[in-house]
Design a protein around this ligand. Structure first.
Ligand code: SF4
Length: 864
């Protein structure tokens, strides 16, 4: 009898794909896309496809800890409640804070928000979604009177023109990308990509606009002026449904967008030709000191041309996290009260009456960057971090670490035991992970889906809502936190959205306020607000009209000669946030094995950076080390680094320490993508790598990064001076070879059965073998000859496959380029037929297209 599939939702990006999971063992699961889910219709990207590799209990926090020692739940929660009560009694409610996460489920978020705002009486709860899309929220509130995304994914199917702004969709929202590609193929939809970088997404566009950093407002203001000049404004829509501030058109100022006239005109021509336009924007727009203005510049264009509220058109902010939207809905941001209510007297009274609470927060709390500043200067004395890793992900992360170190009392609830942030915790509380959680999430198109448990709670781990409610009861708020299930919390949340709403807010889930436990268990994905939420053309403003907002391009920056470059940050295709989960997957670890930096060839030459060498990047706030990737995809004067690496995985690739605390003045969202920076070579006089069955701890003062293989670990190394080789290797039967001329040392260590335990390759001037063959020799059934191990190659080696492009079928770049060259393959489909690459999750299809465009190329050294 076949086992029943559990329908759940992917825990990674804001696309919110449905998953069909079949439990195949105590901690194993078979993952497929849910063909019935409207977000993905059965598709999954590489991250979702390989979720099954992340569900083991390795690295899990399974028991509460106090001061690093295992403790009972009773002792840990009593301590948390007492320290929070004591701190509030002595210093007031604003002396405590929660820093939460878009990884929480809506029910978790709801209980945390209720405790902080309705019972502690402070608004000091903010979420890592502040780093992701707070500017889009602020832009929605300014334009629509409510944080409502006015689009659905189906609009992408019907648009004639899709404009991507600051979005490497092919890497960061791959299933939406596949939907865009399908629309292009089916109906010839035009694609414009606005991004300083020529990403794999930009390479696939009909038109790429490589704007300068923060050139978006200037570009969209110019587009609006041009639409007006060409007579393409929708005067009827403007008159009936949009409120235009006095002097709006006169104040539409332009500025430098970094584009040439021909490129800009080509964009305006496409806009003129296609009224069915969707503008999809993401972190590239939001993570900016003018992110809210960028959002409103985009919305202005759509409102003024009437390209909104109808199928195939609209401004579409897509979120980074799986439940950023759920957090926004319940009030997880410090500047919203609850259920899309703000802090007017009427709304505060409504929230307090609904919760029957003793107190209510009456003003916004501290947003993330300000929250950590307040911790640093002692205003906040007790902090509870839930399901996030601010010691890595916050800007100016070194200051965040100093603040955590100084904070009187830090609680971390997480499913992972050793995170960079957990190192600062006085109390660690084990939370459930994906595969165990039970509740709801809302994706970027407002579809509410269930995350359902596949496995029972491991160890003593508990749901976040359960932990928070227990602390609330211990703080004396028992009557209001008697929940026994997520369904009960959902009913209360749904009722709150309708409480004294009377049509003022579109977020109204009150039809679900009486949902039974059985119906909650059987919940099918449901979209609040419908496909076009403003289709009645009534916005959530007092007069029912949307608002054009005057936005002005930022002033040009004064360049500090010490930091003449601009640093941009972003995501890798197959990793998620701080890699605490995706880093568990050997498959996902293949695509990019080291933190890398992209730099234009002219800048590389100017600053002495060789391709694939290690480079040191410094900013006024910190410095990090990366493997250099010299590429013309990068604009001159600009650098790009990924965000994911932590101190657990590298000595130097932690990016959070590089950006400063600059934020958008309206949304408080940090500016991660335009930091003054400098680059210099890292003077390594030796380099090499280790493969090891056990997890190697590198104590040496050198560059190292650590990544997981199927049977062990791969550690890349570079440094100067002496290194203690013995300290890097385990005990065992040892063979070695040295070449004094090249300064080369090669050592292999086997166990008594002849299985490789570890191998080390170091050199001062020689070449190093490819990594994959020797990494595979850690497998229990491998028995390579000693000479082969020391050579790092089989006696009759297969051709080097190169860096992995297709993680589903382990197909490398050189294998693909050989096939292109030798078999004259000219399409992604032909590669798929020949090698299977790109035929499963499809995340690598843009990379294959790039290889076809670049072919023929010769194999060369890789950044892996
Ligand atoms: Fe998960 Fe990928 Fe879907 Fe995002 S696109 S929700 S990461 S499967």
């Amino acid at each position: 009898m076949s086992k029943a599939a559990i329908r759940t939702a992917c825990p990674y990006c804001g696309v919110g794909c449905g998953i069909s999971a079949i439990k195949t063992g105590a901690r194993s699961v078979e993952i497929k896309g849910d063909a019935t889910h409207p977000a993905n219709r059965g598709k999954l990207c590489s991250k979702g496809t390989h979720l099954g590799e992340t569900v083991s209990l390795e690295g899990r926090l399974l028991y509460p800890e106090i001061a690093g020692q295992r403790a009972s739940w009773d002792a840990a929660l009593a301590l948390v409640a007492q320290r929070f009560l004591d701190t509030i009694a002595r210093h007031g409610p604003d002396s405590v804070a929660f820093y939460v996460s878009g990884q929480l489920l809506t029910e978790d978020y709801y209980v945390a928000n209720k405790l902080m705002k309705g019972f502690i009486g402070s608004s000091n709860i903010d979420t890592n979604s502040r780093l992701c899309m707070a500017s889009a929220v602020a832009a929605h509130n300014r334009a629509f009177g409510e944080d409502v995304v006015p689009c659905s994914y189906s609009d992408l199917d019907e648009a004639d023109l899709i404009v991507l702004v600051g979005s490497n969709t092919a890497w960061c929202h791959p299933v939406v990308w596949q939907r865009i590609e399908a629309a292009r193929e089916a109906r010839g939809t035009k694609l414009v990509v606005i991004d300083p970088r020529r990403t794999e997404t930009a390479e696939r566009a009909d038109l790429h606009l490589p704007i300068c950093p923060d050139g978006d407002v200037a570009l969209f203001n110019a587009a609006l002026v041009e639409m007006q000049r060409r007579g393409l404004l929708n005067e009827a829509y403007l008159a009936g449904h949009v409120s235009t501030p006095e002097g709006f058109w006169e104040q539409l100022s332009g500025g430098d967008d970094g584009l040439d006239e021909a490129t800009r005109s080509a964009f305006f021509d496409l806009l003129s030709k296609h009224s069915k336009t969707v503008t999809l924007y993401s972190q590239g727009a939001n993570q900016s000191a003018c992110g809210t203005d960028k959002g409103n510049a985009i919305i202005n264009l759509h409102l003024a041309t009437g390209r909104i509220d109808k199928p195939g058109m609209g401004p579409f902010s897509i979120t980074g996290q799986p439940n950023a939207m759920g957090g926004r809905e319940v009030g997880g941001l410090a500047n919203m009260l609850a259920a899309h209510m703000g802090f007017s007297g009427e709304e505060c009274t409504a929230a307090q009456d609904f919760w029957a609470s003793p107190t209510i927060a009456s003003r916004p709390g501290l947003k993330a960057v300000d929250m950590f500043r307040a911790i640093a200067d002692g205003r906040i004395k007790a902090l509870w971090i839930m399901a996030t890793n601010p010691a890595v992900s916050m800007p100016d992360a070194n200051c965040v670490r100093a603040a955590l170190d100084k904070c009187d009392f830090v609680v971390v609830s997480d499913c992972i035991a050793e995170t960079d942030s957990a190192a600062f915790a006085d109390v660690k509380l084990p939370a459930l992970a994906w595969g165990e959680k039970d509740g709801t999430v809302t994706n970027s198109e407002r579809v509410v889906s269930r995350q359902r448990p596949i496995f029972p709670p491991p160890g003593e781990a508990r749901g976040d809502w359960d932990i928070i409610a227990d602390v609330a009861r211990r703080m004396g708020f028992g009557q209001a936190f008697t929940y026994t299930s997520p369904a009960a919390i959902f009913r209360e949340y749904a009722a709150q959205t309708g409480f004294r709403n009377e049509g003022r807010r579109l977020l109204d889930l009150s039809r679900w306020a009486e949902i039974s436990d059985a119906d909650y268990d059987g919940w099918k994905p449901w979209q609040w607000g419908g496909a076009s939420p403003f289709s009645q053309a009534r916005y959530s403003t007092p007069d029912g009209k949307a608002r054009l907002v005057v936005v002005t391009p930022p002033l040009s920056e004064v360049t500090d000669p010490a930091f003449p470059l601009r640093l941009n940050t972003g995501r890798a295709r197959d990793q998620w946030h701080t890699m605490t989960r995706t880093g568990l997957s050997p498959k996902l670890s293949q695509h990019r094995r080291e933190p890398w930096i992209e730099i234009h060839p002219e800048d590389a030459a100017r600053h002495g950076i060789a391709n694939h060498a290690i480079a040191r990047v410094s900013t006024p706030w910190g410095e990090s080390l990366y493997r250099a990737l010299v590429t013309e995809s990068q604009r001159k004067g600009e650098l790009f680094v990924p965000i994911h690496w932590t101190d657990q995985l590298s000595s130097g690739g932690r990016t959070g320490r590089l950006p400063g605390q600059m934020v958008d003045p309206v949304s408080g969202q940090p500016a991660f993508k335009n930091t003054p920076a400098m680059i210099a070579p890292y003077a390594a006089d030796w380099r090499g790598f280790i493969v090891s069955a056990g997890k190697p701890d590198i104590a040496a003062d050198c560059y190292w990064t650590r990544v997981r293989g199927e049977h062990g670990w791969l550690v890349e190394l570079a440094g100067h001076g002496l290194i203690d080789v013995e300290a890097l290797l385990p005990a065992g039967q040892r063979i070695e070879a040295q070449d004094a001329k090249r300064g080369t040392i090669r050592v292999a260590v086997r166990n008594e059965a002849g299985v490789l335990k570890a191998a080390l390759f170091l050199t001062r001037s020689g070449t190093l073998p490819p990594r994959d063959w020797i990494l595979a020799q850690l497998g229990p059934d491998e028995r390579a000859q000693g000479a082969e191990l020391l050579a790092g190659r089989a006696a009759s080696p297969a051709p080097d496959a190169g860096p992995v492009v297709c993680v589903c079928f382990d197909i490398g770049a050189y294998t693909i380029t050989r096939a292109i060259r030798e078999q004259a393959l000219t399409s992604v489909e032909a590669i798929g037929k020949t090698l299977s690459a790109g035929t499963n999750c499809g995340s690598c299809r843009p990379a294959i297209a790039r290889l076809i465009a670049e072919a023929p190329i010769e194999p060369q050294a890789t950044i892996a």
